[in-house]
Design a protein around this ligand. Structure first.
Ligand code: ADP
Length: 356
């Protein structure tokens, strides 16, 4: 067999070196593009409203909210204008959509060839503003009522300094109203904390059975005072939950407190807990007055209190269930209700046993 002689001179060496450098550059460039594309997709997915990324005239990426905008001529026209108007860093334009809705579209130039398009639903923004206006009105009303009572009784005490009985009655009313105000403000602060972007749960393994036992014990004196029977049915071996113990206890106590408030003497409150399919389900049932069907869809709304015709007044702010539901949802679970007027209510909370 003839020997093959390979001649490896400077030229060949240079060619191999150049090929290696070229291949490395291609690999690095491809990886850089891949990383950049991944980051862009992550950015688009993190946006709560429709977002589309154009490279030159072509749609390069979009998030799930922007699916129906892919073919929109208005959107493509805006992207093209943004690339044409080189000296403008961004353009804002209103784009009409279905059923009289309109979107505010913002085209932001990311580079010479790239434009990011963000679409904001103006109607949703207006709805949000109206909601907060309404909320502030309701909060102001809730704050004003006890303040008016306090002012009235303070004036009464000043007008009749010698009326000892009147004084004692006014002092009690002022103390009660001040307590109500403090509770309302505490609840508002809790809600603000829960809704803040920096809110986080203090998660740790939670022995849920022990938590429920503690909660029942905590309200047992009050239940006895109100002649209400309490019972707790725990399935043995309930798994530990990964959750924020203090917040979960707050939820359970809130549900029990409501059951105490809305169940007349002689009634009963039952708490059950069981586990299945990686979830723990806990229900708090009472034999109380129940919730009118028309009110049921709203009882988790902020400051909502159901109508209670011809019933004794019950203290409350209408924030407890909103807070409870937000805490449970932050844990990846849910809080729902079933109720029948005159028969009672059952609040059911489900929680995943592992971090979602
Ligand atoms: P509140 O401080 O008024 O109790 P919540 O947010 O805890 O506020 O509850 C909202 C409303 O839901 C209450 O005002 C009441 O009308 C209704 N509700 C809650 N729990 C019960 C219950 N166990 N039985 C009857 N009605 C209830």
């Amino acid at each position: 067999m003839p020997d093959i002689i390979l001649y490896f001179g400077p030229l060949e060496f240079a060619a191999v070196a150049l090929t290696l450098i070229g291949l490395t550059a291609i690999v690095l460039f491809a990886r850089h593009r891949q990383t950049r594309n991944r980051e862009r997709h992550r950015l688009l997915d993190s946006l709560p409203y429709p977002a589309l990324l154009f490279q030159r005239q072509d749609l390069a990426a979009h998030n799930a909210a922007a699916v129906e905008w892919r073919e929109s001529l208005d959107v493509r026209g805006l992207a093209a204008d943004s690339l044409r108007l080189r000296h403008t860093s961004y353009i804002v334009r209103t784009i009409p959509a279905v059923e009289g809705q309109s979107f505010q579209a913002r085209a932001i130039r990311l580079s010479r060839h790239e434009t990011l398009l963000l679409l904001e639903d103006l109607a949703a923004a207006q709805r949000q503003q109206a909601f907060y206006r309404n909320f502030i009105q309701n909060v102001s009303h809730e704050l004003k009522t006890p303040l008016t009572v306090i002012q009235g009784h303070a004036a009464k005490m000043g007008d009749a300094p010698d009326d000892r009985e009147g004084w004692l009655a006014s002092r009690r009313i002022i103390a009660d109203e001040a307590k109500r105000l403090t509770q309302l403000v505490d609840n508002l602060l809790t809600l603000a904390r829960l809704e803040s972007p920096s809110f986080h749960l203090d998660r740790a393994p939670v022995n849920f059975s022990a938590l429920l036992e503690e909660a029942i014990l905590q309200i047992s004196d009050l239940a006895e005072e109100r002649r209400l029977a309490l019972s707790l049915n725990l399935t043995p071996g309930l798994p530990r939950l990964d959750g924020d113990r203090a917040r979960l206890k707050q939820v359970v106590l809130n549900l029990l407190d409501n059951a105490l408030k809305y169940t007349p003497p002689g009634g009963s409150i039952t708490m059950d807990a069981r586990a299945s399919d990686g979830r723990v389900t806990c229900s708090v049932s009472d034999t109380g007055e129940g919730i009118p069907p028309d009110d049921l869809p709203y009882i988790f709304d902020k400051l909502y209190r159901a109508r209670r015709a011809n019933r004794r007044p019950v203290e409350g702010s209408g924030l407890g269930l909103t807070i409870a539901q937000q805490i449970i949802r932050a844990h990846g679970g849910d809080l729902t209700v079933q109720s029948e007027i005159g028969q009672g209510s059952t609040f059911i909370l489900t929680l995943p046993t592992k971090v979602p």
